[in-house]
Design a binder for this molecule. Sequence first.
Ligand code: ASP
Length: 347
Amino acid sequence: MEKIPAKKTSILIIYTGGTIGMVHDSKTGSLVPVKFDRIQEVVPELKRFDFIIKTITFNPALDSSNMNPISWIKIARTIERNYNKYDGFVVLHGTDTMSYTASALSYMFENLDKPIVLTGSQLPIGQIRTDGKENLITAVEIAAAKRNGASIVPEVCICFDFKLYRGNRTLKRDAEQFSAFRSVNYPELAVAGIDIKYSPEFIYYPENKGILKVNTDFDDNVVILKMFPGINQNVLNSILNTPGLKGVILETFGSGNAPTSRWLSSCIKKAIKRGIILLNVTQCEGGKVVMGQYQTSLELLNAGVVSGKDMTTEAAITKLMFLLGQGLKPAEIKMYLNKSLRGEISE
Ligand code: ASP
């Protein structure tokens, strides 16, 4: 009998911008984004994978400091449109806000069963010592990886400097080192050495395989308010009284602590009474908020602030924007903030 040839693995690379595809502007000397459609010429190693690799370049390509919910939606819609045609997706993205985009995408995709791997680089791909080639090649291999016909990592993740992280657990921790990202509160999903070693026990595999749904509604009436010693009443008051404000990420000290000044709890209580949702996350890179552990967080708990437990600020602000955009009741939003939607928080 004639053998039917196995279907070739196909990967879509979406170049959104960022250093990986940047060149030095001849006039100013600054790094500016360029088109990225000739990727296989720049990285000929990609041809050695027996994959079909297609690219889409965003026009304009963005420095990721210019990314916002509209850009997240554009990425999500591009993947949705091509979802059935490809086995996996690699999103090339600037490192500065990659953790925010990865978190936002993780909430947007419901019933994801293919990898969406974000990567970028600290040095442009055209430079001799670039980290971009290694990051891109590993990301493509991970996006294509299957076991028994199913994707090994059906998650939104970040692949950087030989490590694969759950995207909504990461933060950019270094502006110079090749190891730009960390995921302190959740283990790596894979480590690339001689082989790529996956840790299936940490990868999320959906139990019920529903059809893919992409939710693209966000509400940007939110703010991140970082506590610091000496914060004054005027400043806090004017932030919390911003017209239209609906949600606040309160970045507190240590395990969720803030000054116990009367005026501070009173400002917070008044904001909560006005229907503003306040979510407490720590300023530390790792560890979690335990409200009530100290007197300095008990006040917040009593005022009605929600605990963000071990969520990163990046995961928390995008989750708040996402939940506020879903038209839920405040009690439902508070309930979901405290629960894992896509593995962004430990329950
Ligand atoms: N500013 C750049 C960006 O985030 C930095 C990078 O790509 O690493 O787009």
